[in-house]
Design a protein around this ligand. Structure first.
Ligand code: DNO
Length: 346
């Protein structure tokens, strides 16, 4: 297992100096943030991250994310040219030592929450998605903006995109994903990079937009499109776990045994009676997921990919990027490390 921590580059209020002090921290998960999706990453920018990370005694060998432009997902007229750019970014990352690249195939929006600072009884805050708040939200009217979302669209562009995806539907999206994979995976194989697709978060349609990386049946279908370890999963427990129908422990055991998990995002969520959910502390007893069983499944199947503590709560008065503070993610890393050590010694 390779423990890692997400860092948003120089603009991140959390310094590499602090991250390296988390016990067992091996790798930094980052990306080039100064170019738009669909553009080539300047080599100097990749090298700059690598140098900064290495100066702090860690490795920059995993990227999250190289975003997939909407035009590729929609199969637009520039899709082929943009896929070429994507391949070039894989090659450039590989040139500087990157072994794993995370991406997603979620139309328009990345993760969706209705509130980013919901206060819990203990005074900590976390991200939540409450259906009663969700029903009031309209991407065509409200300015919804979350970390990881591409905020560069105008409202009109969002409206057009949503209409285009409605027309495309799930099968259209699958077809465009297949086309994309068949071009990028051979490049990744050649460069020794594992591509890790992040599941849709939450794993069901939002605002009527199709979502396909959602459940075991669809993950099976995804992995079969190109049957190669270079075509793997970023198995995010908190994303898949938001649908009570997903048996996350079973999925982890199955895909890890197949060696098709390149990256694990580990966090806990609490599913409420109406399907709403709250992000919780990593500890199993704090949420709906059995994090200990998840780690046990990884250890028992010989998992040696990357792991990162995913979203943390804001605790101890910390402020900053929702989900990406230092303290609770550091606690998460330590807890996860403890589980790995314990199960590995049993
Ligand atoms: C949220 C993250 C996602 C993830 C992308 C991968 O915190 O897990 O934004 O980075 O979906 O492309």
């Amino acid at each position: 297992m390779k423990m890692s921590f997400r860092w948003y580059g120089e603009g991140d209020p959390i310094s590499l100096e602090y991250i390296r002090q988390i016990p067992g921290m091996r790798s930094i998960v980052s990306a080039v943030y100064d170019v738009k999706p669909g553009e080539v990453w300047p080599e100097e920018s990749i090298l700059k991250i690598k140098n900064a990370v290495e100066e702090n005694g860690m490795l920059f060998d995993i990227v999250e994310s190289v975003p997939v432009p909407e035009e590729i997902k929609l199969g637009g007229k520039n899709a082929d040219a943009l896929t070429e750019v994507y391949c070039e970014n894989i090659r450039r990352c590989a040139k500087y030592g990157v072994k794993c690249i995370t991406y997603n195939f979620m139309p328009v929006f990345d993760w969706t929450r209705t509130q980013l600072d919901k206060k819990a009884a203990d005074g900590s805050t976390s991200l939540v998605m409450y259906w009663d708040q969700m029903r009031g939200l309209d991407p065509l009217v409200d300015d919804i903006n979350l970390p990881g979302w591409d905020a560069s669209y105008t409202r009109d562009e969002v409206r057009e995109l949503i209409a285009a995806y409605g027309k495309l539907g799930e099968e259209g999206l699958w077809a465009n994903l297949e086309k994309f994979l068949k071009k990028i995976i051979p490049v990744a194989e050649e460069c020794g990079v594992r591509m890790a697709i992040h599941p849709d978060d939450p794993p069901y349609p939002i605002f009527g937009i199709p979502r396909i990386i959602t459940c075991e049946e669809n993950l099976d279908r995804f992995l079969k499109i190109v049957d190669s370890p270079a075509n793997s999963l970023c198995l995010c427990t908190g994303s898949l776990g938001c649908a009570a129908s997903n048996d996350v422990v079973k999925m982890v055991r199955k895909y890890s045994a197949m060696d098709r998990i390149a990256f694990m995002h580990i966090r806990n969520i609490k599913i409420m009676d109406d399907g709403s959910f709250e992000e919780r502390a990593h500890l199993s007893s704090c949420g709906s997921l059995d994090v200990a069983e998840i780690v046990k499944a990884l250890v028992e199947t010989g998992f040696d990919g990357y792991v990162r503590p995913d979203h943390g709560r804001m605790i101890w008065g910390e402020t900053g990027k929702p989900g990406y503070g230092l303290f609770d993610r550091a606690l998460g890393a330590t807890y996860i490390n403890g589980l790995f050590e314990a199960y590995s010694k049993m």
